[in-house]
Design a protein around this ligand. Structure first.
Ligand SMILES: [Zn+2]
Length: 428
């Protein structure tokens, strides 16, 4: 096979210090022992940098090891294919994947101790032209839950959420695409509820975090516990609060709306492009306008941006391109915009963790009337903003002005938000 392109991505050894230290003291050899030590060092590095995934990808001669950190893949090491192959084989065995199955994609899981915590590994192996590649999703089972204060939500919006939780009625929905932190927000709300002597039942697929004092039901299709079945079980328990991991189809939408319409308090996530988009999504699941209007109380739309490393960030006057970008949106050009160059503290990435970007829509009496009359997204957005809802992009720009995130991150978010909301992102 002819390779025309050199791999353009540089390896960042600062993101895998323990693995590289191990390679230094035990260089890869054809018949290498101690694969377990190599794997453990790699996982410890992944824990240190809060990686959500580890990829081991063979090319023609070298195998690249990558971490996904804050949603972005970084190349952290490159080793000879024989060494990479041993790592793949090791993780396959640990994850109880048939070691001889190399022609088809396989899935497995296991728990491993590394970096001072216990990781749940969800492993996928796929055949490639250069050999097997492996993708490992890492869940830190001992990671502390985020609190409402930690999410990056404005105090005023946090107050709306807390007020709703105290009021105990209707439905709160956290909306956004996959991987935007919706579940973390739900767990943060559960944490608020744990303080009160109230009964809470959840239906999750899977349960990502065990919580004391809360009844958690896990979906298990093979054992007959389907999502709708689990939701019916949840309703029979008649709790004060119901949490549904995700409203994902017509059946779960109907069960959720029935619960919320009959005086129970329900929290869930929904795949909707923005806060008012929840109405459209629920209608697409076959719910009637009056059902939606009666049940929804609060819709939170959210995204994630990377948080600038405070050690290497710097502000400076915007260049022509940035000034043009602000001008196109009809916004005043800020005096300075922030970026970062990467340092030891952030492993050269320029970022440390992520930050939520939020839009919180409180459904008032007039909005309910509008939903009943079949108002479209544009009309609902105009009304919501007239009532004080700050759209996603405004929240992102405010956080960029404060130096919490970079201009580059806001541009990425803006492109996505404007695409999905048809340019409605900033002004109705
Ligand atoms: Zn830095």
């Amino acid at each position: 096979m002819i390779s025309f392109l050199p791999n353009p991505r540089p390896v960042e050894p600062r993101l895998a210090p323990q693995y590289h230290a191990y390679l230094g003291s035990h260089p890869p050899v054809a018949d290498e022992p101690r694969t377990q030590e190599r794997a453990t060092a790699l996982l410890a590095d992944a824990v240190q940098w809060r990686a959500s995934d580890v990829h081991i990808e063979p090319a023609s001669e070298q195998t690249r090891i990558r971490f996904r950190i804050d949603g972005v893949l970084h190349d952290v090491a490159e080793v000879p294919n024989f060494s990479g192959h041993r790592l793949v084989a090791y993780f396959k065995i640990q994850s109880q994947i048939n070691a001889t199955a190399i022609a088809t994609p396989e899935h497995g899981h296991c728990r491993m101790a590394a970096g001072g915590t216990v990781l749940e590994l969800r492993t996928t192996v796929a055949p490639t032209v250069n050999g097997e590649m492996i993708g490992i999703r890492l869940l830190d089972t001992q990671r502390p839950l985020l609190r409402l204060d930690d999410l990056g939500m404005k105090e005023e919006d946090q107050r709306h959420l807390r007020t709703w939780l105290e009021g105990m009625q209707g439905m709160l929905l956290v909306c956004g695409p996959v991987g935007t932190g919706k579940t973390s927000t739900l767990y943060a709300l559960l944490h608020e509820l744990q303080k009160e002597p109230r009964s809470i039942v959840t239906v999750e697929d899977p349960v990502e975090c065990n919580l004391d004092g809360i009844t958690q039901i896990e979906v298990h299709v093979k054992r007959g516990m389907t999502f709708p079945e689990a939701m019916r079980a949840m309703l029979r328990l008649d709790p004060d609060y119901l949490l549904v991991g995700e409203i994902r189809d017509s059946e779960s939408a109907h069960v959720a709306i029935t619960a919320a319409g009959s005086g129970q308090t329900l929290l869930s996530t929904l795949h909707a492009r923005d806060a008012v988009g929840a109405v459209t999504t629920l209608r697409n699941y076959g719910l009637q306008l009056w059902e939606v209007a009666a049940a929804i109380e609060l819709c939170v739309s959210q995204r994630l941006v990377r948080r600038l490393c405070t050690k290497c960030r710097s502000g400076g006057p915007p260049g022509d391109e940035a000034a043009h970008w602000y001008g196109e949106l009809g916004l005043p050009v800020p005096e300075q915009i922030f970026s970062s160059v990467g340092c030891d503290a952030c492993g050269g990435t320029g970022y440390q963790g992520r930050l939520g970007i939020f839009e919180v829509w409180r459904i008032d009496a007039e909005a309910r009337e509008m939903i009943l009359r079949g108002a479209d997204d544009l009309q609902l957005t105009r009304h919501a903003m007239a009532q004080g809802m700050q759209p996603l992009l405004s929240d992102a720009l405010a956080k960029a002005s404060a130096g919490l995130t970079s201009f580059a991150e806001v541009r990425i978010l803006a492109a996505e938000v404007r695409r999905t909301t048809g340019g409605l992102a900033l002004r109705p």
